[in-house]
Design a protein around this ligand. Structure first.
Ligand SMILES: Cc1ncc(COP(=O)(O)O)c(C=O)c1O
Length: 444
């Protein structure tokens, strides 16, 4: 550490903080270290404003992210994000964009040309899809069985849609029949639905729904924020017309980008618009000129976020979609077995519709939600989520997304939870959760 002093205050220049980009992260090993050239630049005197408080450098705790997202990041993704920034029209970056698009098509299982990463989180992708498909007065059905279906409805209303909100209680999914009846009544242009409702842990089957939507000549818009990369999202096979996701869930990248894809029917509807898209930033008509052959400047893409997504997608495809989906399923089933042995049950109404990557469970009677989550975080470094909306205080949401879907996380979590329950006076049978999960692993 170098010290450079002036007056009563000292400026600190710490070699370890400036030079070391990554520290040892759990069992993954050491990732080295890009040397910032100016780390050893001669120090020159600078004026210090003594009235300013001193701000320590960023030094976050290393967590095990087993909540509803963001999820754990592979060190190679963080390393990619620390690579030198180039210009947003640099030939190198244009190649990165092309490759991100190609890999996203693989992960979305689509040949849709209009597939890209919107600059912004999953909510930006949601907004992008809705405002590009909806013109003021267009009819839309938004299916709401959790927080995120409700958000889609809100976005549609703001975009001027003539909206029908189709509702189901939290934790339930929609039947084909009720969607068919709503379509018959409302005759919508767009039906929006959430594939993996992160607020409830419910998986919405889509295949049959897609048929009734298309028989009625409508467009199917799907929220795949939590499912993409952890469950099959078969855009072309199912016939999904537009979909959006987020970088920070099963794709294993930090939050900041929202993959979207638009099929031919969606593009046709956009081409037939008579009003300008309500959002300048999210106008696909302009964005396609930046992500497409023209490369016309639209906005300064977050270069290093795209590096991160590029590496995250490489890892997804290297593992293989089928193997990745099986991995999510395996750790979900081990966790479920462990929780069952501790007397903890899932909150999704139909057990066949439990998401593998988001395990929503009832908090046992008499257990303090916040105290348990605090103890998990403070003693074990494990983050899980609490319930949202009507589930607040009633459920825990345990994420097994991307990198976080691992044997070590499941076994550690079950052992840690046992400690937390014991601290609440709810002594489970010692080791029952871990033993059941282990048994499940040993069967495979
Ligand atoms: C299903 C679903 N849709 C949309 C969003 C919004 O995404 P973001 O928070 O990245 O804006 C989330 C975030 O958790 C989500 O789980």
């Amino acid at each position: 550490m170098f010290l450079w002093g002036k007056g009563s205050r000292k400026c600190e220049f710490s070699v370890s903080n400036s030079v070391t980009c990554f520290e040892r992260r759990r069992s993954v090993g050491i990732v080295l270290i890009s040397l910032a050239e100016n780390a050893f630049r001669p120090l020159t005197p600078i004026e210090v404003n003594d009235s300013l408080p001193s701000f320590p450098p960023i030094n976050p705790p290393v967590r095990i992210l087993m909540g509803p997202g963001p999820s754990d990041i592979h060190p190679s993704v963080s390393a990619a994000m620390a690579a030198p920034t180039v210009g947003h029209l640099d030939p190198y970056f244009l190649k990165v964009m092309d490759e991100v698009q190609t890999m996203l098509r693989e992960v979305f299982q689509t040949s849709n040309k209009m597939t890209m990463a919107i600059s912004g989180t999953g909510s930006a992708g949601m907004e992008c899809c809705v405002v590009n498909l909806i013109e003021p007065g267009d009819r839309m059905i938004a299916c709401q069985n959790g927080v995120f279906g409700g958000r889609m409805a809100d976005v549609a209303e703001r975009a001027g849609a003539d909206l029908l909100k189709l509702e189901r209680p939290f934790g339930e999914v929609f039947s084909v029949e009720e969607i068919a009846t709503a379509i018959e009544k409302h005759k919508p242009k767009v039906i929006g639905i959430v594939h993996a409702e992160t607020s409830t842990g419910a998986l919405q089957p889509l295949e049959e729904i897609s048929k009734v939507v298309h028989d009625a000549g409508a467009l199917l818009l799907v929220d795949c924020v939590t499912s993409l990369g952890g469950l099959p999202v078969e855009i072309d096979k199912i016939g999904i017309d537009a979909a959006y996701s987020g970088s920070q869930k099963c794709l294993g990248c930090p939050p900041g980008l929202s993959p979207v894809t638009f099929g031919p029917r969606a593009l046709e509807a956009m081409d037939a618009r008579t009003h300008k898209v309500a959002s300048w930033y999210l106008d696909i008509g302009m964005l396609r000129n930046y992500w497409g052959a023209d490369r016309a400047y639209h906005h300064t893409a977050p270069i290093n976020m795209n590096y991160g997504l590029h590496q995250a997608l490489r890892l997804v495809l290297e593992e293989g979609l089928v193997a990745r989906f099986a991995r999510h399923q395996l750790h979900h089933s081990a966790l479920k077995a462990g929780l069952a042995a501790m007397g903890i049950s899932y909150s999704v109404a139909d057990p066949n519709c439990s998401l593998p990557m988001l395990n929503s469970v009832w908090i046992p009677e008499g257990v303090d939600d916040v105290a348990v989550r605090k103890q998990l975080l403070n003693e074990f470094g494990i983050e899980i989520g609490g319930g949202l909306g009507p589930m607040k205080g009633k459920t825990w949401r345990i994420g097994l997304m991307g990198e976080a879907a691992s044997k070590s996380n499941v076994l550690l979590f079950l052992a840690a939870l046992e400690q937390c329950l014991a601290a609440q006076g709810k002594i489970p049978e010692p080791g029952a959760g871990v033993a059941s999960a282990n048994k499940r692993y040993l069967e495979t």
